[in-house]
Design a protein around this ligand. Sequence first.
Ligand code: SAM
Length: 231
Amino acid sequence: MRFTFVTLFSALIEGYFKDSILKRAIEKDIIKIDYLNPRDYSKNKHSKVDDTAVGGGAGMVMNPQPLFDALDDLKSKDENVHIVFLTPVAKPFVQNDAKRLAKKTHIAFVSGRYEGIDERVIEKYADEVFSIGDYILTGGELASLVLCDAISRNKEGVLGNAQSLEIESFETQLLEAPSFSKPQNYEGLSVPSEYLKGNHSKIRSLKLALSEAKTKFFRPEQLLKHKVQSH
Ligand code: SAM
C-alpha cells in the first residue's frame, strides 16, 4: 500500500518512519511512503503558496494553483489514488475508518498550513475529509501521520501478532481491559489476583467487567452503544 504525503514540510513526517513497526513495514514492502510538495508546483516567481484571505480574516490561506497542479499530477500517475484532506472542519476519524481505508492501494494525505486550504481545492479533489479531534493544530502533518499509523496497523503483516488487533479498544464498543506486565508485585502494587490463577474463563469474565467499568468511566456513550448492540 502506498501513502503520499502532500505537504510543505515533509521533514516533519520523515522522522516518524525511521524507527519501530512502520520502519519494518516499509522494509518488508507492505507500505511505501512518498512526498509531494505543493511549493514545487507554484507558478509564483518566489514559489509562494499562500495569500491573504479573500473577504478578510486573519492569516494566510493556501492558494489553489500549486495544490491543483500537484494533485492533478498525482492523479495523472495513479487514477486510483484516494485523496484525504486533514482539517478540523470534518467528521472525526475513527477505528472503522482505519480498517476500511487499509483496503485502498494508494492514499494521499493533504496537509494544510497557516489558516488552512482554499475551499475550492477540497471541493474539487477530496475523496474524504477528516478531523483528528476538536482542537486546532498548526498544520495537518501530525494529523496525517495519525491516520497513516492507524491505517497501517490494519495491513496484514505490519503487526508481529495479528491477534493484537482483535482484542483492542474500539474493536467492540468497549475499551480494552487494563494490561499488566511482570513482576506480579512491584513496590507493593500487585496485579489482580484472578489474572494469576490461570483460570481463563474467570480471567475473561474479570476482563469484561473491567472493560465495562473503564468504558463507563471514560466513555459512557460507548457503553450505551455496546449495551444496545448486545441486546
Ligand atoms: N483556520 C482553521 C479553522 O479554524 O478551522 C484552522 C487551520 S489550522 C491552523 C492549519 C491546518 O492544520 C489545517 O488546514 C489542517 O490541515 C490542520 N489541522 C488543524 N487542526 C486539525 C485537526 N483537528 N484535525 C485535522 N487537521 C487539523
